[in-house]
Design a binder for this molecule. Sequence first.
Ligand SMILES: [Zn+2]
Length: 631
Amino acid sequence: MNRAAYSETQPMTQNDDTSQPALPRGRLHEFHYRWQWHLKASPETLWPLVADTNRFNRDTGVPALKKQGAPLSNARRQLRLVRLGVAIEWEEEPFEWVRPLRYGVVRHYHSGPVEEMRITTELTPQTDGSTELTYQVWATPRNLFGLVAIPAQVGIISARAFARTFRAYDDIAVSGQSLIDIPGSVDFMPGGRERLITLCDRLLEQGAKPDIINHMRGLIEKGDDLALAKMQPYALADNWGLERRDVLEHHLMATRSGLLEMEWDVLCPSCRGTPMIGKSLGDISSEVHCETCNMDFKVNFERSVELSFHPNPSIRESQKAEFCIAGPQTTPHVVVQQLLPIGAERTVTPELQNGRYRLRTLGLRGGEYVRVASNGISDITLRASKIDGWPEGEVVISGSPTLRFKNSTDEEQLFILERLAWSDHAVTAAEVTVLQMFRDLFASEALRPGQQISVGSLAIVFTDLRGSTRLYNSIGDAPAFGLVMDHFDVLKEAITAEGGAVIKTIGDAVMAVFSRPAPALRAMLRAQAQFTDALGHHPVKLKAGIHYGPCIAVTLNDRLDYFGSTINKASRLEGFSSGEDVVISKDVYDDPEVDGLLHSGAFNAEVFETQIKGFDDQFALYRVSGQAQTQ
Ligand SMILES: [Zn+2]
């Protein structure tokens, strides 16, 4: 059978038999619509499109909505939109879903022709890998106008839009395109297209890479508003088959030149919503309140602050309007969400990828940890109880489990089963603030005075010159000064090439920072080798030490700086360097990537025990020497 022909001729069915339930007393009768489409793609590939209700509502012609006030219990929201001049307000129940099989929502309207509406979407996998998609709407009219409006709007106008949109999503899913590739309807600002061309040309003149600029320009010229509203350099780099750091650095250059704008999103560690958005780091405070979770959290650069980009509004306005705020794809890490009344029990059968998950409810603290692995159990009851709390430890379940949620509390509970891994597409503030290009282009990006934000673990490098006094004495002040300045260039080049940044210079000394220890070590060994080549005949040497550990970001002298005991310890290590070796701490030595480097045969590491000024214990340090590979 020709599958394509089959799916195209499959008619849109409206099953009217089920649309006439018994007439409830005192209420107008409920309309029920049921459509079924045979789609070529699998539920798993359709889900990111079909369950993106914000996109779906926009694509099916629903007007933009506005939130009214803070969330109510269990993430219920008061929402409002204006359709054909009529304001419609409603209370929306939390979406419920089981990825990638079904989702649904209930809306209670305060005004307009409809009193209540329920929507469900089901994706039933077929044996040949395709999907039977069933979309159902139940709508209760409020008044006689509703009796006319529902069949006209839902039964005719929306029905056509649903069919067209699901077919379009199926085509995208089957073609293997990513959301980035989908062309959108483009609205340039007056002069925007010209500005785009001029700025791209200017970037190319400044040495930007043509392939990255072409991709970026193509995206801004043709891309969908939703993709442009939050440009993620790493996701784009993967999509374009280009180097991640390169694409990120081009986003920074494009921002400096006025082509793009930056946005710092502070993510709630619990729901991963964005309770705070900053145009600059100075907008971000170290403690933030999440309305949805009703809790305060400490901001952490490594986890909770993500950098994204969008086109400069003078070129093209990217989508700021919202069409749906709480569908499954607003929190794609949540694989199951279900609202259970007091005492209720519900069975769900999600498809789960291997990895770590947590079951929690909005109303209770903590959660139950779950790991999905092939040898896990396939049938389990997971219970929310105020008295017993969540069980300790971790339960191992299979990838296609039967999960029974049970609400044993005395309140309604919103059950949330979420994947613990964070997207690896995110550019974190911790990563970008250690890039030399970021510090060079956005020198004034700093935290608000007095703010201290944890940045996770960083590799901290301190270097100094050995024998510089003798150098000044032997060749005279001016030439010696020239050589010392050259040394800063050599160092900065080696640091930048490995993705690090110079934080400050103090006399002949340099403090630099890297997000990982191995690039820091490679940079220092290379700088030392180049230094010896250039200045071998002078009695001056480059001493270097590296330590790796948690740091705190602060603003010092209007620049982003770091402090903490990691920095203190790091600053002591170069003192042990002879100038022909790099001294590293055990934390650096134990890093798996450094271990790989040291066992490559090119380097020699020698351990020694010593005391460090300001610290009580004896420390094991390592002296690394050898020739860093040159390209
Ligand atoms: Zn939250």
